[in-house]
Write a protein that binds this ligand. Sequence first.
Ligand SMILES: [Zn+2]
Length: 208
Amino acid sequence: MNGTAHAAIGAATGFVVANTIHTSPSTTLFLIGLGGVSGLVPDLDIDGKLREKITLSHHVIQLVAQLIGILMVIYSFFEGTGREKWLGIGIGLVMMVVSAKIKQKHMLTLTGIGVLAGGFSLQEMWLILLGIYMIIASLVPHRSYTHSILGVIFFWVIASKLEASLGMDGVFYTCILGYISHLIADLKILPCNKRGIKLFLPLSSIEL
Ligand SMILES: [Zn+2]
């Protein structure tokens, strides 16, 4: 399944969550966007060890990195104070520029390090964990750990910290359901998938 389909399914998931808990129109829009991003997150591993799909993967990763850079600038501007605020904005801007410039495979590792640094400077646990997630995703093979139960658990923690930080209902469910929707869409039983996912890594490398 390609990036656009994953983003669309994730966005639809966010819409369903918003409608289920009856959010305001602005929160609904935010959850739709958040669902779209969450639906793309497992494929951050495409930067790792995949060559065949490099064009698509590069664009997806570039898009995600730039979105995160933009969100970081906005978030730091409204939520940060003093030195952290400008540091966060600076790191977000650097991420946007760097992700637009660097075209090689280590872009995601660098972006992950940037997110990690941003998380420490803003003292946001979800951002720190997201940075660690991105660094790991950039190093493991495609459709491995990010497409496993372990990946879901890691993202589960990120999502719960993000919801606590934003204080917004529906954030956790949108993130986690968007993520899980990606794994379901990547299952081998679907005719559009040549490969499945290794859900039980590292215990078993059986492909589902
Ligand atoms: Zn995938």
